[in-house]
Design a protein around this ligand. Sequence first.
Ligand code: TRP
Ligand code: SF4
Length: 400
Amino acid sequence: MFADRVLSGMRPTGNLHLGHYHGVLKNWVTLQQEHECLFFVADWHALTTHYDTPEIIEQNVWDMVVDWLAAGVDPSQATLFIQSKVPAHAELYLLLSMITPLGWLERVPTYKDQQEKLTEKDLSTYGFLGYPLLQSADILIYRANRVPVGEDQAPHLEFTREISRRFNHIYGKEQGFKEKAELAIKKLGSKKSKLYCKLRNSFQEQGDENALAEAKSLLEGQQNLSMGDRERLFGYLEGGGKMILSEPETMLTQASRMPGLDGQKMSKSYNNTISLREDKDSVVKKIRTMPTDPARVRRSDTGDPAKCPVWQFHAVYSDNKTRDWVQQGCKSAGIGCVECKQPVIDAVLAEQEPMHARAKMYEEDPTLVRNIIADGCEKANQLAEETMRDVREVMGLSYP
Ligand code: TRP
Ligand code: SF4
């Protein structure tokens, strides 16, 4: 039940650019090779802030999925889906809301921050306050235990763990829990049950986290336990009751080193981006017209790469030899800026070439993309249903 599962979502609020590629998508591509991965379009999340521009969302959903595929996210390795096509996210969000203290939501730092930042929008809505809880539902519904996100999202993960604990605490109690757990231990067989007890003791008496981890992996390897016994054994390790929802771990995504064309962070709001599938001519033009060290007015003026956005591109794309060439040539006026930019242009185009190639098929035949998403949604719905069955049961909602 608690096998390694990675989940992450992205809001369809704009064109993806090279900053997303270097920050998030390259990471997803690596993860999909090592873990079971679920990646989804967080369209409901987008509506919490973009409720008055639904047309932006509609358009971006499909473009974004093509960008993912272009970047190398592989539907034969990862499950790709759209949040709103798995309505159980909303059901779990509603059910979790019953036990979510208002104060917890009000205290999430992004709530006040974003309200202050996005002054042009009225974000004093119920939906925006509930944003982190919707995210918790996204994660908990798949019992995902690893969630790659940027640093800004870390508080949402902490919040999710608290909600999960609260849920298990309230609904994990059952009559005769201890006896049932002891019985379940016996079903492990004598060797494994001994080991389980030993590890449980080490954790409970000495707080030995390694023992806890080992016990969990012992349980993960048990194929023939019933769902109920599994939950009891997981819950019994740490204390009181059944563990119905799991606690996700944050996998911090390294902040992207990708600068924008003006040297600030690459971001749509700074208007300094190169989009993921930008056409060739436009890439060339954008880099050719990038600002350089303002001290180099004439070709004969010397410059300092440290004051030049082009240098930051070299830092991402160039090898040591090229970098030395830039440093020396710039400081001695041995090279001109046009020359200096050429290796960057070549590198960006080379990076984008396979992306254009992968995207071509999907651009020409959008039904391929629809089918990938339809498959992913079906799979996601099934997985979500497994958790919802347990959740409904413990919340008294499993009558026929
Ligand atoms: N809030 C995330 C962001 O803005 C997107 C998101 C929604 C998400 N649900 C998620 C990320 C679940 C990880 C897991 O980037
Ligand atoms: Fe920037 Fe290169 Fe020109 Fe120096 S030579 S100012 S690093 S573009």
